[in-house]
Each structure stands twice: as C-alpha cells, then as structure tokens.
Design a protein around this ligand. Structure first.
Ligand code: ZN
Length: 178
C-alpha cells in the first residue's frame, strides 16, 4: 500500500464533507473498528456512501429517515467483498466515535482512525474483510508507528451506547493476521 496526502492510493476515495482538523500535537494511536449496514442487515454499500456523503434519500424508510441528518463519516469502509473505500484523509479527524473514552482520554475521534466494516450484530464478517482490514491496519500502523495492539471496538469506547462491531467480530482472527 501507499499513501498520498493521507489517502491510500489503492482505496476508492469518496471524499466526505464530514471531517475537520485534529487538535494540534495529537498523535494518532488508536484504531476503532465499527460495523454498519443500511438498513441494518442489508448490505447496500451505496447507502453507506450516501450517509457519509450527506446524500441519503430515505424515501419511506423510517430508519433511514431517522439518520438522514446525521453528520458522520469514517476514514475507511471495508465492504463485504473486501473492497476498501476511504472517506477522510488519515491526518484529518473523521466523525465516527461520538461521545467516547479510551484509557481516560475523551473524544476518541481526536486521536483515532475509524474503520467501518460492512456488517451487523447478527452475522459473521467475510474472510475478504479480515484480509483487507488486517492489510490496512498493518500498513498504517507501520507507516504512522502505531502499536498494533491499539485496536478497539466502538462498543469498548462508547459502552452502553454502541454495540458494534458486535459479537460476531473475530478479534483473535484479526490479531493473528497482523
Ligand atoms: Zn460504530
């Protein structure tokens, strides 16, 4: 892999307007793993892109209506087939974690990289996703000198509020691939 201006050259880049600058002098040192599917349990990559690009057209779908005006993003999305999509340059702050705390430090968006996996709480992730995710984390952790142990689920930094990536995410498998 290779990066140009914080963008992975091999990724499909879909620039999201939902980002800003990280605070000055903050070292990026955490990966946050998420899962998303829209509507839940449906694997429609376009709707995830639409959400992160503020292009969602919810029609009559109540759930989509409820999230239509969120201003959110992640740095990356790994689709079910393992394709890598990037929305925000790595050195910028994506809006993925919300109210969150990691080892006493609040606002994890400041110092983390957000990676969404296309998935949900009730189904396994694909082997293509583990391969793509582990490649991505291996590359960025070497490039930015981030400890590869510094990976958490969204549920761990926003307990009681978030459940993703959920019980089907295989942490041991991921760590064995890094
Ligand atoms: Zn999440």
């Amino acid at each position: 892999m290779k990066t140009l201006d914080g963008i992975i050259v091999e990724a499909e880049f879909c620039p999201s307007p939902n980002f800003d600058n990280r605070p000055k002098n903050v070292k990026i040192d955490l990966f946050v793993i998420h899962a998303i599917s829209l509507p839940e349990g449906n694997y429609n990559t376009q709707l995830i892109k639409d959400l992160f690009l503020n292009n969602l057209s919810p029609g009559n779908d109540k759930f989509l209506q409820s999230i239509e005006n969120l201003k959110v993003s992640s740095h990356f999305l790994v689709t079910r087939s393992g394709n890598l999509i990037q929305f925000v340059p790595i050195h910028k702050r994506a809006w993925h974690a919300g109210k969150s705390i990691y080892q006493g430090r609040e606002n994890c968006n400041d110092f983390s990289i957000g990676i969404e996996l296309e998935g949900c709480d009730i189904e396994e992730f694909t082997s293509a996703q583990y391969k793509s995710l582990s490649n991505l984390i291996s590359y960025i952790s070497a490039d930015l000198e981030i400890n590869k142990e510094n990976i958490v689920g969204h549920n761990e930094i926003a307990p009681g509020r978030k459940t993703d990536p959920g019980p089907y995410f295989n942490w041991e498998l991921l760590k064995s691939m890094l």
